[in-house]
Design a protein around this ligand. Structure first.
Ligand code: SF4
Ligand code: SF4
Length: 153
């Protein structure tokens, strides 16, 4: 549950749902779907944001979301999305996984007990590389030019 709507929806369902209201087949289907979901997700991050803000400026949920998209959905654009979202093009400051300084302040805040610094290391190795800095530099320049063009219009 990530927002008030989710809580309201779950409370409404809990009022209607009775014990044993699902058939064996439906229970099996739910279990299979849950198993498959856990299998394809590299990081079991729910995006709850309890770990934020990170003192080093890492956008922890965004890094995990892009990493999961790349692997779970074989999303080829996930790497570009990662650099766009976390390279400082939309937020002015970079929020990349490689910025983690392993202070471990986020660890006790995560309800999923994720080993966040280790997982961010995995994300940085997979999603960043030799071309990260030049791509971010070009992207930020383009965003600045666009911003100026809009100001002139
Ligand atoms: S361990 Fe890394 S991600 Fe967690 S709070 Fe510290 S710098 Fe941020
Ligand atoms: S607290 Fe854990 S589950 Fe929530 S956004 Fe941070 S890493 Fe993800």
């Amino acid at each position: 549950m990530n927002n008030d709507d989710h809580i309201a929806e779950n409370l409404a369902l809990a009022e209607k749902a009775l014990p044993n209201s699902l058939s064996q087949k439906e229970v099996q289907l739910v279990n299979e779907a849950a198993r498959e979901f856990r299998r394809v997700m590299r990081v079991g991050c729910t995006g709850c944001q309890y770990c934020m803000p990170c003192p080093a400026g890492v956008n922890i949920p965004s890094c995990f979301e892009c990493y999961n998209s790349k692997h779970a959905f074989k999303d080829r654009s996930a790497k570009m999305m990662y650099l766009f979202q976390n390279g400082g093009m939309v937020t002015d400051k970079p929020t990349l996984a490689s910025m983690c300084v392993k202070c471990e302040k986020c660890l006790e805040k995560c309800p999923q007990h994720l080993p966040i610094p280790d997982l961010l290391n995995e994300v940085a190795e997979d999603m960043e590389g030799f071309f990260t800095k030049p791509i971010i530099w070009i992207g930020r320049r383009m965003m600045k030019v666009r911003k100026k063009e809009k100001e002139i219009q």
